[in-house]
Every structure is written in C-alpha cells, then in structure tokens.
Design a protein around this ligand. Structure first.
Ligand code: 48F
Length: 261
C-alpha cells in the first residue's frame, strides 16, 4: 500500500507562512518589476531573467495569460506571424503552419509554456496582487518601484495601505488600460506623459508599430504589449499575438541595455 507521509495542520501553516515571508522579504528590492502576466509581460520576464536580472511579475488575477485564454470570442486558437515564431519555438510551443510565415497556436499551450519558460528562466510570478501606484524620486526624476495591494482587498473596497516594492525598472504590461503608466501620468505630471489612447483595429500596421514603439516612457518606466498602443495612440490588432511576444522581448533588451549602462 502507498505510505503517505503525515503532516499536521499546524506544520502546514508554519511552512506556508515561513516560506512565503522569506520570498516577500526577497521581493522588496528588484532589478525589474513587471506588472501583468499576459503574453508581453511573460515574454519580457523570460528574457530579463535569462539575462540574469532579478525579475518579478505581479499579476492581479490567480491565473496566467491575460488575454490569451479568452482567445478571440472564446475560440481556443490564436495567430502568430514571423519572426515571433522563433520565440515560441525557443519555448517548445507547437506551431501549425497556415501559410508561409503565419502559424496557429493553441491558447492553453501558449499560456502554460510562456509561464513555464519565464519561471524556469528564474522569474518570479506572484498572483493575486494588484499594482495601484508607483514610487518616484527626484534629482534625477524617475520611477523607482511600485505600490502593491492584494487584489482581494481592492475588490472588497477595504481601506488598506499598500506596501512598496522597489525596482530599477518598472514595466507596464497591463494591456489595453496601461494602468501603471496612467497612474504615473496622473500623479507625477512632471514626467510629462500624455496618453492619447488606443485607436480602432488596423492589424497589418498595428503589429509593427507596437513593437517599434515599445520601450521607455519615462526614466525607470517602460511599456510593452497593448499598453504601448494605449500610450502611443496606435491601432489595435485583435487576436494576432506576434507583436505581444516581440514587444516583450524588445522591452527586455532595452532594459538590459539601460541597466548595464
Ligand atoms: O491584457 P494582457 O493579455 O496584456 P498584453 O500582454 O497582451 C494583450 C493581448 O492579450 C490581447 C491583444 C493582443 O492582440 O489585444 O489583448 O498587452 O494581460 C495584462 C495582464 O495584466 C494584468 C491583467 O490581469 C492581465 O493578466 N493586470 C492589469 N492591470 C494590473 C494587472 C494591475 N494594476 N496590477 C496587476 N496586474
């Protein structure tokens, strides 16, 4: 018969609290904080961690993938175009060729392997956390971290102060609402960020423009994925995801360059 090791309830509780708190103490100071575990945030986390940077992703929900899981109208396939297929191949994600340079991918596999790749590379992903503000510094003016709160606390509408997490670079990977850059633009007008908002769909140009416009928005603050379209006033592209992972890779490369200079 199977011999199952017995563990008392009090020990289970002790281990969970002890090891969670060890992690949280380690999470206070980071090279990079990424907000959002959608495709762009997880691709960025993968490349940053792979380069040896201490990287944490805070995700509001209790799941990975952001807009991947919902696909288009809940259909479980998405479209990827070259050269983003190279990134997916690197992560062991299966691609079905629809035509030259155009591939079809299962949403569940895309989410799971993006997350697994980021975690295996050394990034930490913490679920159930909402970023609701940034930390800033003057002389020189820059973003220096984020304020985090339990998503559940926010949903309950409780009046609870956040805790602060520092980072040399903060990445807004929150998708269409660009939540982190929006709060920074509102509360730190000296940063001079204006947000024109996303335009209607024009997929053919949106993919290229999104990748090209990915990068630093203000010192210490970066945009990737759909947050770029919101902040730069670019068109949306719908359920084609090449630009999301290419944008994640580009923001990682920019941060690696900036932090090494
Ligand atoms: O929306 P999302 O998937 O962002 P993305 O990486 O990709 C966009 C595509 O999914 C799709 C598209 C592509 O063609 O149009 O929409 O730009 O993922 C954003 C993640 O950020 C989380 C949110 O729950 C989601 O998982 N998020 C948003 N705001 C916060 C947050 C916040 N303030 N704090 C923590 N997580």
């Amino acid at each position: 018969s199977i011999q199952i090791k017995s563990v008392e309830e009090s020990k289970i509780s002790r281990y969970i609290i002890e090891y969670t708190m060890k992690d949280w103490l380690d999470l206070i100071e980071n090279d990079v904080v990424i907000v959002g575990a959608g495709p762009s945030g997880m691709a960025a986390a993968y490349y940053l961690a792979k380069a040896g940077l201490k990287t944490v992703v805070f995700e509001r929900r209790l799941s990975f993938g952001g807009g991947i899981g919902g696909g288009a109208m809940l259909f479980h396939k998405i479209v990827i175009e070259s050269p983003a297929d190279e990134i997916l191949r690197e992560m062991g994600i299966k691609l079905i060729k629809a035509e030259e340079g155009v591939y079809i991918v299962d949403t569940a596999e895309f989410m799971a392997k993006l997350a697994a790749s980021a975690i295996s590379a050394g990034a930490k992903i913490i679920h159930g956390i909402t970023v609701d503000d940034v930390i800033f510094r003057e002389n020189p003016l820059r973003v220096a971290g984020v304020a985090v709160e339990w998503t559940a606390t926010q949903m309950a509408g409780l009046h609870v102060d956040p805790i602060f997490i520092s980072a040399k670079a903060v990445v807004d990977a929150t998708g269409h609402d660009a939540e982190v850059i929006s709060v920074a633009s509102r509360k730190i007008p000296e940063l001079g960020i204006s947000i024109p908002g996303e335009k209607s769909a024009y997929s053919e140009v949106a993919e290229k423009l999104t990748v090209e416009n990915t990068g630093m928005v203000a010192p210490g603050l970066y945009a990737t994925g759909m947050a770029v379209t919101e902040v730069k006033g670019l068109p949306r592209m719908g359920p084609i995801f090449g630009a999301m992972v290419l944008s994640g890779k580009k923001v990682a490369e920019d941060i690696i360059r900036d932090l090494r200079n």
